[in-house]
Design a binder for this molecule. Structure first.
Ligand code: SF4
Length: 187
């Protein structure tokens, strides 16, 4: 999977800072999720982070608070990071979608296509050394593939020429504790 190109390059948001980009997202009406969101969830963390962590989409609590990975999955993610000697605040955490899909359904193709350019711009601005992709939906979207999570976890990937690794989404680990050991091994 070396040098995989994604399909989300046709639009380049004009922002040059994270603050500008967040304002664009806050006003965004590019997909129907704008009608149902409470808050956008732009992402948070170190604007010069070496590690960027990308999940799928905000859930109910994230939509309520406007912050990524809060609640139980967020606590588990924090613990996973701490276990490898990383504080959450050293990373930048975000999702492929900035607004919550109702009922936590999977993001639809049109929503991904509309929103991923914001994420790619975040990558351009932050310039992380490594991207950690959490879960199948985010991985398949960013790597433009139908491969399984097992295949993707074993593969070597690049997103925007930045090395990327794929592992389980913390919410999946909460549902399937048996996956925690391989997830820790991924990290
Ligand atoms: S999900 Fe993304 S593209 Fe859709 S309205 Fe929200 S910010 Fe805009």
């Amino acid at each position: 999977m070396l040098g995989v190109r994604h399909i989300f390059i046709k639009e380049d948001p004009a922002a040059t800072t994270l603050q500008q980009l967040e304002l664009q997202c806050a006003a965004c009406q590019k997909c129907a999720l704008a009608q149902t969101r409470t808050h956008i969830v732009f992402g948070e963390g170190d604007p010069q982070a070496r590690i960027m962590i990308v999940g799928e989409a905000p859930g109910a609590e994230e939509d309520k608070q406007g912050r990524p990975f809060v609640g139980e999955a967020g606590k588990l993610l924090n613990n996973m990071l701490n276990a490898i000697g990383i504080e959450r605040g050293e990373t930048f955490i975000c999702n492929i979608l900035k607004c919550r899909p109702p009922g936590n359904r999977d993001p639809q193709p049109a929503e991904r296509e509309a929103c991923v350019p914001y994420l790619l711009k975040q990558m351009d601005i932050i310039k992380p050394s490594i991207i950690l992709v959490l879960g199948l939906v985010a991985a398949q979207t960013l790597l433009n593939t139908r491969q399984s999570l097992g295949q993707l976890r074993e593969g070597e990937h690049f997103i925007q020429k930045i090395p990327a690794h794929v592992t389980y989404h913390p919410a999946a680990l909460l549902r399937n504790p048996n996956w925690k050991r391989p997830a820790w091994q991924d990290l």
